[in-house]
Write a protein that binds this ligand. Structure first.
Ligand code: TTP
Length: 600
């Protein structure tokens, strides 16, 4: 199997750069971005490199930063209703992604300011037409394992790159090294394009998998990139502390060091796969065995939009939330932001979340969460569902919270695309070809309208297929409240793809799969009936079914001969339309069905 080429692009001190672009007077000066909280000058969340040179770090508060660096410019994150408004940073992140997308590679947006890229194909395409790559093409590249003794840093870097190029030319035995050279040139171009089009600098790591590209990205910052040839992995691991590796920074890393008595990644290679599996469970053991050898198979998932949307707020010290009213107030506030972002997300991506997660902590370092099914997407309902989840999990007596809450977060995730639903249904109504629709009659009731161009087969698979099959077979009866669609309620846990989880992480996860899901109820926004939140999705699908059925009847009934039973739609249509008439009728249906889905 050929090795992949994976890059991580990470913006430099991103929030600071965004603020400097808004206020160019700040360029070249020490800057830190501070949370709206006024206590001791607010909490710092981003520090630019000029301020870092003066000893300012992210863990300081604004006042402390001023002491270290009196000329520092502290910029406050904008806030709305006492809540940080980070939209300007998210929008800036999107601009960067748009530039990266011009380079035709799989892009996985990993956070507000970083993205993984799979460059394998793009590099292969380039290699054919690529002219010789020289050190001039790689003005900000460093290569792990190629270091010069020259005192002048820039001269040393350039000399090391030249040596790497000599050893990795197109005719060298290790084809992967030459592909890395081409990738490095491509990433230099990409970073230049990002700077030209957005004004932001970034750094990058280039290796053969995600873990290693992330690891080397941080080695030379800001505005530089680092390449890791496969043959240099043992060299890198020799001095690499275990906890520096992504996914080993937390509990698993601690346990690993403790149980195996190791500090550096190179020491992990001594343990057999069986030993690691026995000590850390099969899945973790295998992953550890592989990563000790520089192997990580996690794919770059082509994903440009976030998996979840959420916001949170801390209530440190005396500000901790102590009453049910306070909780309710802040849940409402957080829900306002989540819903505003959800609406925007819906406009851009036509998708809706299925999961609602409430997170809270009662002391620094602790974290709890509960997950529930999201019934609908307006602020009052989201806040209410979140409050139900939270109140079932914490102790409240006489409206007083037993242990005050110091951190509260709301997020939604497990998105499903509604465009697909609408399209699937639209496709269902669109006769695909003569053999499927048995055209042999003519309808005269509908006036001719312009033809809909889309040609689609009768939908047989996809999330709505079960419902559609049922709709064809059976008209929902008055008391039939639910359209049971297993596909609608099945959820794939994307987090399961993460290769490493400690026992306690897994327990947390289990805990997250809220037991309360089965009990919590909410009124249906369409019929007002009280329905379990877990069943809400199917229940709403039932309304979709009714709506569609009504539409189907309204537009088609005149042409359907009287049916012997009220419960069944004809298996075979005994009517036909002229091509134009058919398309026009369908167009009308498609339009009104789409408008149904677009209702907020
Ligand atoms: P990072 O990529 O962690 O850091 P950075 O971009 O500021 O600096 P570096 O050059 O070292 O990569 O975070 C990206 C942005 O996310 C950061 O500018 C501010 C924001 N952020 C928070 O809001 N809270 C946090 O706890 C962290 C770590 C970052």
């Amino acid at each position: 199997m050929r090795e992949r080429i994976v890059a991580l692009v990470d913006m430099d001190c991103f929030f600071c750069q965004v603020e400097q672009r808004i206020n160019p007077e700040l360029k070249g000066k020490p800057v830190a971005v501070v949370q709206y909280n006024k206590w001791r000058g607010g909490g710092i969340i981003a520090v630019n490199y000029e301020a870092r040179a003066c000893g300012v770090t992210r863990h300081m508060r604004g006042d402390e930063a001023k002491e270290k660096c009196p000329e520092i410019n502290l910029v406050h994150v904008p806030s709305i209703n006492d809540k940080a408004d980070t939209s300007r940073y998210r929008e800036a992140g999107k601009e960067v992604i748009n530039v990266i997308c011009q380079f035709n590679c799989a892009v996985q947006r990993a956070s507000v300011d970083e993205a993984f890229l799979d460059l394998t194909e793009a590099v292969d395409k380039r290699i054919g037409g690529e002219t010789q790559v020289s050190a001039d093409h790689l003005p900000s590249t460093h290569v792990v394992g190629f270091e010069s003794q020259l005192e002048n840093k820039e001269e040393g870097r350039s000399e090391a790159v030249q040596e790497w190029l000599r050893k990795s030319d197109a005719s060298s035995e290790d084809d992967h090294d030459y592909r890395l050279v081409v990738a490095a040139k491509m990433v230099e171009e990409m970073r230049r394009a990002i700077f030209t089009q957005t004004g932001f600098t970034c750094s990058a790591g280039i290796a053969h998998n995600k873990i290693l590209s992330k690891l080397v990205c941080g080695m030379h910052k800001p505005n530089q990139q680092t390449v890791l040839p496969i043959s240099k992995v043992p060299f890198l691991y020799e001095t690499l502390p275990v906890k520096k590796v992504r996914l080993l920074g937390g509990k698993l890393g601690d346990t690993l060091m403790e149980k195996l008595g190791i500090n550096y990644m190179s020491e992990l290679e001594k343990f057999s796969e069986a030993e690691l599996c026995q000590k850390f469970e099969q899945r973790n053991g295998q992953w550890l065995y592989n990563i000790a050898r520089g192997i990580d198979n996690e794919e770059v998932e082509a994903r440009l939009i976030p998996k979840s949307i959420g916001c949170c707020k801390r209530f440190p010290g005396k500000t901790a939330l102590k009453t049910k009213q306070e909780l309710d107030h802040w849940i409402q506030e957080l829900a306002v932001e989540v819903c505003a972002r959800l609406d925007k997300d819906y406009e851009e991506n036509c998708r809706r979340p299925r999961n609602l997660v409430v997170q809270w902590s009662v002391e620094v370092g602790s974290s709890n969460s509960k997950t529930g099914f999201l019934s609908h997407f307006d602020q009052p309902c989201l806040a209410r569902d979140a409050m139900i989840l939270l109140c079932k999990s914490i102790s409240i007596e006489n409206n007083k919270v037993k242990v005050p809450i110091q951190f509260l977060g709301l997020s939604v995730g497990k998105f499903t695309e509604e465009r697909n639903k609408a399209n699937s249904i639209a496709k269902f109504f669109k006769p695909s070809n003569a053999s499927e629709t048995k055209v042999n009659e003519t309808i005269v009731s509908d006036p001719p309208v312009p033809e809909v161009k889309q040609e689609a087969p009768l939908i047989k698979t996809g999330p709505m297929s079960f419902f559609l099959r049922n709709l064809k077979k059976k008209e929902p009866e008055k008391n039939d409240e639910r359209v049971a669609d297993p596909q609608m309620s099945v959820e794939t846990d994307e987090d399961e793809k993460e290769p490493v989880k400690s026992d306690s992480d897994k327990d947390d996860e289990k805990d997250k799969r809220c037991q309360d899901e089965e009990e919590a109820e909410a009124p249906c926004p369409q019929c007002g009936k009280s329905v379990k939140i877990l069943d809400m999705s199917e229940h709403l699908d039932h309304h979709v079914a009714q709506e569609l059925h009504k539409e189907l009847n309204q537009s088609v009934t005149p042409a359907i001969p009287p049916q012997p039973s009220t419960s069944a739609l004809p298996k075979k249509r005994k009517y036909t339309k002229s091509k134009n008439q058919s398309a026009g009728g369908d167009a009308k249906k498609i339009r009104s069905i789409q408008s149904f889905f677009n209702k907020k």
